[in-house]
Design a protein around this ligand. Structure first.
Ligand SMILES: C[S@@+](CC[C@H](N)C(=O)[O-])C[C@H]1O[C@@H](n2cnc3c(N)ncnc32)[C@H](O)[C@@H]1O
Length: 310
């Protein structure tokens, strides 16, 4: 895609809670930042602009397409930005190899991106026909089709219940496994139809396939384990006084974030409640409606008896 076309898309893209993220992280000239969920680079771009002329940023994403396209889009920042194809679980190593083991600010905007959801071939959408893939990193790991094949009906039902909070998990799992046995489970719409056979199609509100797709996506991408690894690395990768800003979109993400920030004696939670979108943003950007932003500051290491030098 040409730089102009990418720029046009980017102009229309205002990242979720951008101004609140900037207020928390307070980027400054000369600062060093990491965006661990680079995506289309909306937050990264805002941080690079706010930390001009010499602030630097490492942009990490496990999606190679996102890295490739955003590298092109943010090329005007030159050497100020480094791109890493990788996951949260390698955060310490990614930062070390980028030459910035500690950063002044970190942003994480969890979940899938709009381009991932909207590109049928990625297999995330229950609305458009695509392969049953759902991997954010298409270079490794098992596809949703393979993950389903590896589970028996009971395990599949547990996944739908636990990660999708799907109350009809058992009949849905049965319907999916039946479709698989009949050779009718190759595409996203095959999966949607197996779910709709139990729930009926959407009448009002969210589509009933949403929950099961979410559950499978979480398992395919080991999202909760990845989040745990990110939360574990946070206090190590922030400089004293450095700030992390984490946006989550459902309670399975928000709960561990809230708990980890609160429980870690090396961090100080910022604000009593999570920041949510105001009415204007919620109207203009539907994705922001379920967003919860939590911030925490790294306390000085001198006051941290357990601290050992890196
Ligand atoms: C919601 S999007 C981020 C959007 C971005 N803030 C922007 O302004 O365009 C989330 C991105 O994080 C990436 N991602 C999710 N989990 C990840 C993980 N464990 N490690 C690295 N990247 C991850 C996804 O591939 C996706 O591109």
């Amino acid at each position: 895609m040409s730089t102009n076309a990418l720029d046009a898309i980017a102009k229309a893209h205002v990242p979720v809670l951008r101004d609140d993220v900037l207020r928390l992280i307070a980027p400054r000239d000369g600062g060093v930042y990491v965006d661990v969920t680079l995506g289309r680079g909306g937050h990264a771009e805002a941080i690079l602009e706010a930390s001009a002329p010499s602030g630097r940023l490492v942009g990490i994403d496990r999606d190679e397409t996102a890295i490739r396209e955003t590298r092109e889009r943010l090329s005007r920042f030159g050497e100020r930005v480094r791109f890493v194809h990788g996951a949260f679980s390698g955060l310490r190593a990614h930062l070390a190899s980028a030459g910035t083991p500690r950063v002044d600010g970190l942003v994480a905007d969890l979940g899938v991106s709009s381009p991932q959801l909207d590109t049928a071939e990625r297999g995330f959408s229950f609305k458009s026909e695509g392969p049953l893939d759902m991997r954010m990193d298409t270079s490794s790991g098992k596809t949703a089709r393979e993950v389903i094949a590896d589970m028996d009906e009971r395990e599949l039902a547990d996944v739908l219940f636990q990660y999708g909070e799907e109350r009809k998990s058992r009949p849905i799992a049965r319907s999916i496994k039946r479709a698989e046995a009949d050779g009718r489970l190759e595409t996203t719409l095959d999966l949607s139809r197996a779910i709709w056979r139990v729930t009926g199609p959407r009448r009002v509100g969210i589509d009933p396939a949403t929950r099961s797709f979410q559950a499978l996506r979480i398992v395919v991408n080991a999202e909760l384990g990845e989040l745990e690894a990110l939360l574990d690395a946070l206090p190590d990768v922030l400089v004293d006084g450095g700030v992390a800003a984490i946006i989550s979109f459902h309670s399975l993400e928000d709960r561990p974030v809230k708990h980890a920030l609160k429980a870690d004696p090396r961090l100080e939670v910022i604000g009593k409640k999570p920041i949510e979108a105001n009415e204007d943003e919620a109207r203009d950007n539907p994705r922001s409606r379920s967003a919860k932003l939590r911030g925490a500051k790294r306390l000085p290491r001198a006051e941290d008896p357990a601290e050992v030098s890196p």
